[in-house]
Design a protein around this ligand. Structure first.
Ligand code: ZN
Length: 161
């Protein structure tokens, strides 16, 4: 078991956070954004950034080459559908995709939107960690959290219609 700190400051103990989320054992803030037979999308539970979507497989796998043919097709279709919704309802022009196979969870892709304030932390991959920490440490206020929840609602509405 490992302890995970959620964006609301609460901690939970799980074997695999992705399993717990995709099985519904942990309810992410704002609930499920969209799900298919093989994938589950939710707001990131650790960092309050509007439109930061995590796309996790339902199967407990770690590496890209473990995806089966059905999952591969489902993944790319869902990823691009979420990306389009981020652009259309949240006005997100650019997204950084991050995915590490040596995760302590299981297969999940981070879709990290780029906002103007993030450029203060530099460009490209080296800015990602400082941006995430800034969000967790400085943006955990009512106003921003409400904006994150509004973003989830807008994405859900777009993706379910
Ligand atoms: Zn898992």
């Amino acid at each position: 078991m490992r302890e995970i700190t959620l964006s609301n400051g609460k901690t939970v103990e799980v074997e695999c956070l992705s399993c717990a989320l995709t099985r519904g054992e942990i309810e992410p803030d704002g609930g499920v954004i969209v799900e298919t037979e093989h994938f589950h999308a939710h707001q990131d539970v650790a960092y309050p950034i509007k439109g930061l979507v995590i796309l996790a497989s339902k199967r407990h796998i770690k590496c890209f080459d473990e995806l089966n043919d059905l999952e591969k097709v489902d993944y790319i279709n869902l990823l691009s559908k979420i990306r389009k919704a981020q652009r259309e309802v949240l006005g997100i022009e650019h997204v950084y995709y991050f995915y590490n196979e040596d995760t302590t969870h299981h297969f999940h892709t981070w879709m990290v939107p780029r906002y103007e304030w993030m450029y203060d932390f530099g460009r490209s991959v080296e800015s990602v960690r400082p941006v995430l920490l800034h969000a967790r440490n400085k943006l955990n206020n009512d106003e921003n959290v409400k904006s994150v929840i509004d973003g989830i609602k807008a994405l859900k509405k777009e993706l379910y219609t």
